[in-house]
Design a protein around this ligand. Structure first.
Ligand code: NAD
Length: 415
């Protein structure tokens, strides 16, 4: 999947779903393309006095169910097709979680590591000046994504508020707590994924207090998944990895201690008491739950036959290729697909929007309770659909999500 055009992948996935749902060809054609997209040229005065022009995008894929929602990425290899694919996936993700939202995504082609703080701030503000005409708290609500941070969200919100002449906290989510962020956003993706794992374990008769876990990618999503699996369920994390290597300990790894070790040495490697294993060994471990939480395209037709985990919980976006999906399903591996498993982030982002509108902020336990309710309901709707149509969990997630968007379009008289 890494080398494939992600937008073509997204379109193929939709075609498969259209076949299952016997969608009208016209409806299918409409769902295969974004509703609208804005391409912008962004002039920025650099610290050395020169003027540099950056290219940026905002794609609004489908807003039949509500205003668009989706992150803004800053990346040197950003392409319009990546943004289109991610906007499509956001549409299906919001629909699957039954959020009153459509899907969108934005991006700027830039390398934030080469920009000073001042340049980054000017670029962020200039982007909002350009796309401000199509986004807004009731139109399209961005959020942080690859290489964008709560600080960048704060500058963007401030720029938009200046233009509006009043505070517009609801412009975007993922803001710092002091200016309208939500409690519980930090670990929301992993926590939401764990709620779906809990439901899957119940279905499969796995006792999570005795379960073993492997995590590929000990970053934001992966660390919290390991930590919360220990905290919430008492599960044993036996292996974790990062871009520099993988470690295994049959006695279990303490997630917080591994995180401190990584903070001190920049890697999980050489953690005392653990031994090094290869990435292929990690993926093939005889564990109850495997969390791919790093990159796309890591579970392929080559290594899928070796996977022995009972549950594969996709915290990363797109870790499993379409060929591998078929193999895992045939081998009885229970897969929790990415746009279900990692939907906790956008769900708490939606809660942030609600709190901004109400000007009333929830306690962390309220956020957890509502997140649990949303994730649990979504998991069971996917499981029931997979059983009803005898299709795999990814196809079932598509069916649930697309059906709802089609219903909204029909009710509105679009199709
Ligand atoms: P992150 O940058 O915090 O962590 C990624 C981790 O993966 C790092 O520890 C990195 O060292 C590791 N990694 C990189 N290459 C690797 C390799 N070849 N083998 C093993 N590990 C490797 O990123 P994140 O925010 O945790 O995101 C991880 C995945 O989860 C991405 O696919 C992202 O799109 C998805 N996701 C994250 C969120 C979120 O809220 N953080 C929400 C939805 C989806």
């Amino acid at each position: 999947m890494t080398k494939e055009n992600p937008f073509l992948v997204a379109q193929q996935q939709l075609d498969q779903c259209a076949k299952i749902l016997k969608l009208d060809p016209g409806v299918q054609a409409l769902l295969k393309v974004p509703s609208r997209e804005l391409h912008v040229s962004i002039p920025v005065k650099m610290d050395d006095g020169s003027l540099k022009v950056f290219q940026g995008f905002r794609v609004q894929y489908n807003d039949a169910k509500g205003p668009c929602k989706g992150g803004i990425r800053f990346h040197p290899e950003e392409t319009i097709d990546t943004v289109r694919a991610l906007a499509a996936w956001m549409t299906w993700k919001c629909s699957l979680l039954d959020l009153p939202l459509g899907g969108g995504k934005g991006g700027i082609i830039c390398n934030p590591k080469e920009l000073s703080q001042g340049e980054l701030e000017r670029l962020s503000r200039a982007y909002i000046n350009q796309v401000g005409r199509i986004i807004g708290p009731d139109k399209d609500i961005p959020a942080p994504d690859v290489y964008t941070t709560p600080q960048i969200m704060a500058w963007m919100m401030d720029e938009y508020s200046r233009g509006a002449g009043k505070n517009q906290f609801g412009l975007l989510t993922g803001k710092p707590l002091a200016i309208g962020g939500s409690k519980g956003r930090g670990d929301a993706t992993a926590r939401g994924g764990l709620y779906t794992v809990r439901e899957a374990a119940r279905e499969l008769g796995i006792d999570l207090s005795r379960a073993t876990i492997a995590v590929q990618g000990f970053g934001n999503a992966g660390y919290y998944a390991a930590y919360l699996a220990q905290e919430l369920f008492g599960s044993k994390v036996v292996a974790v990895s990062d871009s520099q290597g993988c470690i295994l300990s049959d006695d279990g790894l303490d997630a917080q201690k591994v995180a401190s070790h990584k903070a001190a040495t920049s890697t999980v490697c050489n953690f005392p008491g653990a031994r090094a294993i290869s990435d292929e060994e990690l993926l093939a471990l005889d564990v109850d739950i495997l969390f791919p939480a790093a990159l796309e395209g890591v579970i392929t037709a080559e290594n899928a036959p070796n996977i022995r985990a009972k549950i594969v919980a996709e915290l990363a976006n797109g870790p499993t290729t379409p060929d591998a999906d078929v193999i895992l399903y045939k081998n009885g591996v229970h897969l929790i697909p990415d746009f279900l498993c990692n939907a906790g982030g956008v769900t708490v982002s939606y809660f942030e929007m609600v709190q901004n509108f109400y000007m009333y902020y929830w306690e962390e336990e309220d956020v957890h309770k509502r997140l649990d309710q949303k994730m649990t309901t979504a998991y069971h709707s996917v499981l029931d659909t997979s059983r009803k149509y005898k299709i795999n969990m990814r196809q079932a997630a598509y069916v649930v999500a697309v059906e709802r968007v089609v219903e909204a379009m029909k009710l509105r008289g679009w199709v």
